[in-house]
Write a protein that binds this ligand. Structure first.
Ligand SMILES: Nc1nc2c(ncn2[C@@H]2O[C@H](COP(=O)(O)OP(=O)(O)OP(=O)(O)O)[C@@H](O)[C@H]2O)c(=O)[nH]1
Ligand SMILES: C[S@@+](CC[C@H](N)C(=O)[O-])C[C@H]1O[C@@H](n2cnc3c(N)ncnc32)[C@H](O)[C@@H]1O
Ligand code: SF4
Ligand code: SF4
Length: 348
């Protein structure tokens, strides 16, 4: 390669081995959670003796801010704070304010289980958070409690959603609902009914085989097409074109003007082809797929005096080498995928 080619390669925005750019960085700011959803952190594994990270093992806000600033120079424009439960991270609002000031970031989002949201919504809005996604699997209080691993109360989450609506996040409020066959599939219509016309967009997610500790089986997945048919029979809707390449959810608009819903069909219709997402775990590992088995340790480099330029090159190299397309390959694993990183570390 000539010196000019090499310079061009080092200054251009990187695309991975499948031609996908890097747009979206999702940061797990906290590995702990106040819920024990069986599909994510089942109590049987995450009981009182489970060892979470020590404070000094988690990236500091300085370290996260630095990585986000460098990632923005490689094309990242969207940041999502997640976890574990991000609102358990003390002073999260300070991090939001710091990330808000970064050049190139035009979408700053948070995914939360919503329990602590009523307390923090307006300060998060004031700090510059653009939008919030709240996870809510059902409106049945007893089932909700059970699906949170007997930790959560539905009313707290509903209060969180109301507070988020009242705070007026500029890019709005969404809900994430994981649907499981025989568990909460019968409460889907209630959720649609409750939030239709409210401005809050409900997105139904196909139950996924993330991590190694849930009891995922293909039979537990409710294909989005089935839900679309059921919802359409009650409130006719029509599919909308994607807002951006690689959009996670397929959007549907109600024909009576009562807003839209989304379907996240990562099992029945994988969307790896446009996947521009990287993930940073609480302890500073960089992963290029939600189903990654291996990552790149950035904490070490952050703490050993590595320069901004060298760190940026490391990020670029990781992205240039990326070939992940797990959801498209799922069937080839025949249920025997290699050991994956758990979702509360990698960030949903
Ligand atoms: N397989 C797979 N699933 C994903 C990916 N990204 C998100 N999901 C699933 O979709 C859910 C919702 O994702 P969000 O974080 O709300 O997605 P997003 O792309 O940031 O959403 P919007 O920008 O609001 O459209 C996550 O909790 C995951 O269950 C991905 O890259 N791969
Ligand atoms: C890991 S959580 C982290 C943020 C926060 N604790 C919450 O629940 O919103 C992020 C998202 O991942 C989703 N999720 C967790 N396990 C999942 C699974 N097995 N399949 C599909 N989505 C899952 C959750 O529903 C949630 O919306
Ligand atoms: S999905 Fe979110 S709330 Fe539920 S256990 Fe995982 S991290 Fe916690
Ligand atoms: S499975 Fe991996 S590559 Fe495919 S969309 Fe999800 S994170 Fe991206």
């Amino acid at each position: 390669m000539s010196a000019i080619d090499s310079l061009n390669e080092r200054t251009a925005l990187p695309v991975d081995q499948l031609g996908r750019p890097l747009h979206d960085l999702r940061i797990s700011v906290m590995d702990r959670c106040n819920f024990r959803c069986p599909y994510c952190m089942p109590e049987s594994t995450y009981g009182e003796h489970f060892t979470f990270l020590r404070n000094d093992e988690r990236l500091s806000f300085d370290e996260m801010e630095r990585l986000c600033r460098l990632a923005a120079t490689l094309g990242v424009s969207k940041l999502r704070l997640t976890g574990g439960e991000p609102l358990l991270r003390p002073h999260l609002t300070d991090l939001v304010a710091r990330l808000r000031r970064l050049e190139g970031i035009n979408d700053l989002a948070l995914t939360t289980n919503g329990v602590l949201l009523a307390r923090h919504a307006s300060e998060l809005r004031d700090a510059g958070l653009d939008r919030v996604t709240v996870s809510l699997d059902t409106l049945d209080p007893a089932l909700f409690h059970r699906m949170s691993g007997n930790r959560g109360a539905l009313d707290d989450v509903l209060a969180g959603i109301e507070a988020a609506q009242a705070a007026g996040f500029p890019h709005g409020v969404k809900l994430n609902t994981v649907v499981q066959r025989g568990v909460n599939e019968h409460t889907v219509i209630d959720l649609v009914e409750r939030f239709r016309g409210s401005g809050v967009v409900v997105r139904f997610i196909e139950y996924m085989d993330v991590g190694n500790r849930n009891d995922w089986r293909p039979a537990a997945v409710v294909p989005s097409a089935e839900l679309v048919e059921r919802i359409h029979a009650q409130w006719p809707m029509r599919a909308l074109p994607p807002k951006y390449a690689g959009e996670v959810a397929t959007r549907y608009r109600f024909e009576d003007g009562a807003g839209e819903i989304g379907m996240i069909s990562s099992i029945s219709q994988p969307f790896c082809g446009g996947c521009s997402r990287a993930r940073l775990s609480s302890e500073g590992m960089l992963y290029t797929c939600l189903f990654a088995t291996r990552g790149t340790d950035l904490r070490h480099s952050l703490r050993d005096g590595t320069s901004d330029q060298a760190l940026t090159e490391l990020l670029r190299d990781v992205w240039l080498r990326r070939r992940d397309r797990y959801s498209e390959e799922r069937a080839e694993h025949h249920g025997k995928a290699p050991r994956k990183i758990e979702m509360h570390y990698i960030g949903g």
